[in-house]
Ligand binder design. Sequence first.
Ligand code: 5AD
Ligand code: SF4
Length: 482
Amino acid sequence: MPDQEKRIEESEIFRNAPMEEPARQYYFIEQARKLVKKKSEELGRNLFFCCVTFGCQMNARDSEKLEGILEAAGFIKGEEDRADLVIYNTCTVRENANLKVYGRLGYLHSLKKKNPHMRIGLCGCMMQESQVVEKIRKSYPFVDLIFGTHNIFKFAELLIRRMESDNMVVDIWEGTDQIVEDLPTDRKYAFKSGINIMFGCNNFCSYCIVPYVRGRERSRNPKDIIREIEKLVSDGVVEVMLLGQNVNSYGKNLDEPVTFAQLLQEIEKIPGLKRIRFMTSHPKDLSDELIQVMKSSDKICHHLHLPLQSGSSRILKEMNRRYTKEDYLALTKKIRQAVPDISLTTDIIVGFPGETEEDFQETLDVIRKVRFDSAFTFIYSKRTGTPAAAMENQVPEEVVKDRFSRLLKEVQQISEERTSRFQGTVQEVLAEEIDSHKEGLLTGRMSQNILVHFPGTKEEIGKLLPVSLDECRGFYYMGSRI
Ligand code: 5AD
Ligand code: SF4
């Protein structure tokens, strides 16, 4: 152990720390609170933090946990350019997510020069890649703290470690079985919340970096999930979004295995909870049992995000997706038969190595047959360390761009046609926020995940309201109250 680390381990703060979790982290939050108070008194002002989230809903949820810890330690949420502590919770699913972070680090350096008290922390998926950490150590030495996806629960402890040290603190775990419950969180919305039901992914789709940076699949205990949701509902939450890389394989690795459909049935019973959403589903694991539960449920929203990735069975095999074009078509048909007004949305990648025009036509064919309500479209991005990155026949950039724009056009046209199917009906809408474009309006969301703008007041946020869908404008509706 280097001298400095030894000194920190032997310091009074660390010697007195309890070993068990979450008590250990509550102890470090308390220590941070004292240090924050002392520093505030010295400066004669509050200490501010700013947490910037890149990437998916998992990261958004992780950021709520980081913010909860910082607020418990006495930091106040503020703007990036005036913050004493800036945290970037990073994503690495595609190359441009990484580029964005490097770009913004230059800006942070200029802020740090102006405010020498400023501390910079980086965490999330990008930090699980060793070449990234090397690059930051070498080219961005002004960064104070680096940690990964497996140890975010230790954030308070790492902050103290940085405060006690003179150098950058780096703590990256290769993986973990540990799930620490009951740490503070700061929720973005009072009436809806994401909930992790599982962590990691075991699928190893050949293009995807996620299994390497988020580790193997681990499910939370159903009792802990139910307890968390009950607590949220008692705090005013009416809608939950169950989060996992592949929720359909939830529960398989628990001591007493439980299926995702069984978990949903338990969640359905929670009084006061109005809406249940979940993401992401993998087509290969979506069971008939789940379809039946969705059909008979009063609370599960009529929206399913079911990533297709490609419509070509040959490419799907190369992607290691373990379903064919025909399997996907049969599955979506079965779902639509069970829940006729469901919205189906998807993810599609163009330009996977070896993709030919014929393969691309197969993707367009699936899009025309399924008629997705919306689709996230991505240009294939080569991720170092994944099997696809080593494939030789990468598709030239111009070809990919051309396919991407043709794909987008098709997806958008179908999406507009699909969205308009509710024109003239009255639907239940969850009022989510004040409309940012027009005064006097609220923005809300239908069960099918379609946005609606309608007259309302801020007191109505968090309520389920009947709204008449008067005018479809592409991907959203303008509505009126009835
Ligand atoms: N390149 C492009 N898109 C990717 N995705 C995952 N990995 C890559 C990659 N290497 C997309 C998939 C996934 C979504 C979250 O991101 O479509 O479903
Ligand atoms: Fe990546 Fe495939 Fe896992 Fe999704 S299911 S996170 S695409 S490996």
